[in-house]
Design a binder for this molecule. Structure first.
Ligand SMILES: [Zn+2]
Length: 233
């Protein structure tokens, strides 16, 4: 999310303040970073040394209200990993004690808002399962439905077939990688921290650099410059 922090909230780490987000994009732009969509990681042959793929998971309404205007002013672009069913408290279900409704109350994008974003040319649509399921708790058939289902539904709703995927909670097994491939996705994002080089990457297990709502601009720069590189596999 890109939003102000809420008093006493448990998930403020997931909320990058709008002023901080703007500073981060301003810095990337000033450093000469080229912004790419996730599908370009699989389809482009060459990348500028400074290339960044911005990703937003789940489908919070602030992605349009607070992220999009910043993308517009810097000529940047981002990939939206949308959950098909955005009505429930899914994004906090990883652990039973997270079953409060802080994230459930957070407004999510409507289909019309997603259409507005896609029409701008600044957003690419990616899939993040049907119900934000923990794939490790599902049998093969259920897991395939979660992974492949959003592909068809999004094509019907938005006229665009998502070509990339993110694993909910970053939880996945070799079975899930096979199912992602079988569903026809070209690339998939994990939550493994790390910077990627095209000569080494595994497109179905891409690492990412997580930006926390508690990061200063200094720690943002450190992460982008490879502060997490030592943890990459
Ligand atoms: Zn998620």
């Amino acid at each position: 999310m890109v939003s102000e922090h809420k008093r006493g909230a448990r998930f403020n780490k997931l909320r990058v303040k709008p002023g901080e987000f703007k500073k981060q994009i301003h810095w990337l732009n000033k450093q000469g970073f080229q912004f790419v969509f996730a599908s370009e990681l699989a389809t482009k042959k060459k990348f500028a040394n400074r290339t960044v793929c911005l990703t937003f998971d789940d489908g919070y309404a602030d992605n349009l209200a607070a992220v999009d205007p910043v993308l517009e002013s810097y000529g940047a672009k981002a990939t939206l990993y949308l959950v098909e069913d955005r009505s429930g408290g899914w994004s906090s279900k990883k652990k039973a004690h997270h079953a409060d409704n802080e994230l459930q109350r957070e407004p999510k994008l409507s289909d019309d808002q997603v259409r507005t974003m896609l029409a701008s040319g600044r957003w690419e649509l990616g899939a993040h399962t049907t119900s934000h399921a923990n794939l490790s708790s599902l049998d093969d058939e259920q897991a395939f439905r979660e992974i492949a289902g959003a592909k068809k539904t999004f094509e019907n709703s938005f006229g665009i077939e998502p070509m990339t995927f993110t694993y909910p909670f970053g939880i996945y097994s070799s079975r899930d990688i096979d199912l992602v491939s079988k569903a026809g996705y070209l690339a998939a994002m994990t939550t493994e921290p790390g910077i990627q080089s095209p000569d080494k990457w595994n497109l179905l297990q891409l690492s990412r650099v997580k930006i926390s709502g508690k990061d200063s601009l200094f720690s943002f720069k450190h992460r982008i410059r490879g502060g997490k590189r030592g943890f990459a596999k």
